[in-house]
Design a protein around this ligand. Structure first.
Ligand SMILES: CC(=O)N[C@H]1[C@@H](OP(=O)(O)OP(=O)(O)OC[C@H]2O[C@@H](n3ccc(=O)[nH]c3=O)[C@H](O)[C@@H]2O)O[C@H](CO)[C@@H](O)[C@@H]1O[C@H](C)C(=O)N[C@@H](C)C(=O)N[C@H](CCC(=O)O)C(=O)O
Ligand SMILES: Nc1ncnc2c1ncn2[C@@H]1O[C@H](COP(=O)(O)OP(=O)(O)OP(=O)(O)O)[C@@H](O)[C@H]1O
Length: 531
């Protein structure tokens, strides 16, 4: 059974299957539907519970109908599939009702919502999309929602969290029936609001079908996932699906890039625009704009001035370093306000939203004799530049980076990451990320080749494995005034080496190192060369 299995409502309600057949015009191809009641929906055979409806969809790898027998053995009481699936489940037609629809994937969400009595409609819901900043913005919005809602849910790449109950998330946006279950459980547990990340894959694959968000938001669009979406235009169109009636009631769009401006023009629902780059011409037409920003003034985050549609200016703050987080904070404030949170309350709550797991997360605070230690998820060249630029202004001493690069992923970025780190940081600790099936030494060698382009003599460059030792080393060589940033894995709870997932988390290693007294150790003298 998958880890999401327990994120279900404890008291599901039975619904006659005939109701769904009528409502969704399903064509019956098996046993009669009369007398069958369903109490939930699942798309994954290893996730089915007794009494549930199994939706068998054609996938990239297999047709779900190939697993229908497994689902029925697990207690599924009916199957919804397409014509291709119908042929695959012919043997089961005498055991359970088989219902056929042209696009069962698009129906899974609406079917689940109907069975669970539309939990989304009974919650205040916010959905956030965009290439970067979804996780951070979602946690900022959650902080604002928590200021006025007794309990909230937050769903995304890091975790599925309802109040204090959380499990690791299998992906950024879970499949539609899982989402419906989580929302139904959130309601049962007393949550009244939810903020969640909506990936472009989710939009293309109907994972949020059946959920109408009160507020939808867009951060930005950058080159990514083109293997899946084809080209930037296709990627944009998939993101834009969130800004349509039935999917979102009102939208908030960052217009710093051309894609955001296009979304404002093309959205089919009312949208407010937010310009977050000070002095950008886009600000002239935007409803909300950041008109001043002071990065790192308080030694950690930034303060900024947000001008509203009425021309009033509000002093606000981002608790996390860097201009990108001014952008995320400004968006979150406007989104929370659109979701019913008083503007001043939203501003105060976002300013205090310190913990976004693995996103510029301050694990060790700067203190007398102690460096600041941060965990960040930057794993692309662009994100690495942003991350290092963000921490430089809050680093009076040396900037120490501990980093690696993934195996079985884009090899071309390895030397580029090395070059960037060598250019923007003072001390480099090169280590392993998720080597997967590759030789970790070869990955590090590719990174070091890039480092050598900038520092041929490898001054202040250390090569340390395993990763836990590298993180400890980074902390041990840093002194007061220095910042140690470990990038690439963020919140990830495991490290994948040669097909095995080992429990591993950068934050935990930092905390253990502090407990072992490493944070307070005297910094080593600046030594050159690869350690
Ligand atoms: C492109 C994509 O998202 N594919 C996901 C999708 O695959 P698929 O629908 O083609 O499914 P499939 O594996 O061919 O199986 C077909 C059907 O049979 C079912 N099945 C399959 C096997 C089985 O034993 N029993 C069973 O019931 C499956 O549940 C599925 O319903 O459904 C599968 C089952 O849920 C996922 O494993 C798979 O995620 C793949 C592994 C994946 O990596 N997805 C990533 C790209 C993704 O979704 N990423 C975005 C975030 C991107 C970002 O912004 O960074 C995300 O939201 O996480
Ligand atoms: N608004 C932004 N614009 C550009 N880059 C950003 C922005 N916000 C965060 N980043 C960078 O992108 C990385 C990922 O941030 P975050 O996790 O919030 O985004 P995401 O959209 O959820 O991405 P992912 O799905 O990969 O987690 C961070 O390391 C950060 O440096």
């Amino acid at each position: 059974m998958t880890s999401t299995a327990r994120m279900r409502p404890s008291h599901p309600v039975d619904l006659p299957l005939a109701v769904l057949v009528d409502l969704f015009s399903l064509v019956s191809a098996g046993r009669a539907v009369e007398g069958t009641v369903v109490r939930g929906v699942s798309m994954a055979s290893d996730d089915v519970l007794p009494g549930e409806l199994f939706v068998a969809v054609p996938g990239a790898k297999v047709h779900g109908a190939a697993y229908a027998a497994q689902a029925v053995d697990a207690g599924a009481v009916a199957i919804v599939t397409d014509e291709a699936g119908r042929a695959l489940v012919a043997d089961l037609a005498s055991r359970v009702p088989v219902l056929v629809a042209p696009d069962p994937r698009a129906l899974a969400g609406p079917l689940a919502a109907e069975v669970a009595q539309h939990p989304a409609a009974r919650l205040r819901t916010v959905g956030i999309t965009g290439t970067n900043g979804k996780t951070t913005t979602t946690y900022f919005v959650d902080a604002a929602l928590r200021a006025v809602h007794a309990s909230t849910a937050v769903l995304g790449t890091v975790e599925l969290r309802i109040g204090d109950e959380a499990i690791e998330s299998p992906r950024t946006t879970v499949e539609a029936p899982v989402l419906t279950n989580v929302l139904a459980r959130a309601l049962e547990q007393g949550a009244t609001a939810v903020a969640m990340e909506v990936s472009s894959h989710a939009l293309a694959l109907h994972r949020v079908a059946g959920t109408t968000f009160d507020v939808v938001a867009f951060t930005n669009l950058q080159r990514d996932h083109l293997d899946f979406h084809g080209d930037m235009d296709g990627y944009f169109r998939d993101k834009a699906r969130l800004f349509a009636p039935g999917q979102g009631r009102r939208g908030v769009v960052v217009v710093d890039d051309e894609w955001g401006r296009r979304l404002v023009r093309e959205a089919q629902i009312p949208v407010e625009s937010v310009a977050t780059h000070v002095g950008d011409p886009a600000a002239a037409d935007a409803d909300w704009s950041v008109v001043a920003a002071d990065v790192g003034l308080d030694g950690v985050g930034s303060t900024f001035t947000l001008r509203g549609p009425d021309g009033r200016e509000h002093t606000a703050a981002s608790p996390l370093p860097g201009l990108v987080n001014v952008s995320n904070a400004a968006l979150a404030i406007v989104v929370a306000h659109a979701a019913g949170v008083d503007l001043d309350v939203a501003i105060t709550a976002v300013a205090g939203a310190h913990a976004v797991p693995g996103r510029m997360e301050r694990v060790v605070e700067r203190a007398p004799g102690r460096p600041l230690a941060i965990v960040d998820y930057a794993h692309t060249p662009d994100a690495l530049v942003l991350a290092l630029d963000a921490v430089r202004p809050i680093t009076p001493g040396r900037l120490v980076i501990v980093f690696g690069s993934d195996g079985d992923r884009d090899r071309g970025k390895r030397p580029i990451m090395g070059e960037i780190a060598a250019r923007l940081a003072d001390v480099l600790v090169v280590t392993d990320e998720n080597p997967r099936s590759e030789d970790p030494g070869e990955i590090r060698a590719a990174i070091l080749a890039g480092v050598r382009e900038v520092r041929p003599d490898l001054t202040d460059v250390h090569e340390v494995t395993p990763r836990s030792e590298a993180v400890r080393h980074g902390l041990a060589i840093a002194g007061e005034g220095d910042t140690v940033i470990v990038t690439g894995k963020g919140h990830e709870p495991t490290q994948e080496i040669a097909g095995v997932f080992h429990r591993y988390n950068d934050r935990d290693v930092f905390l253990q190192a502090v407990a072992d007294g490493l944070a307070d150790a005297q910094p080593a003298t600046r030594d050159g060369g690869v350690a």
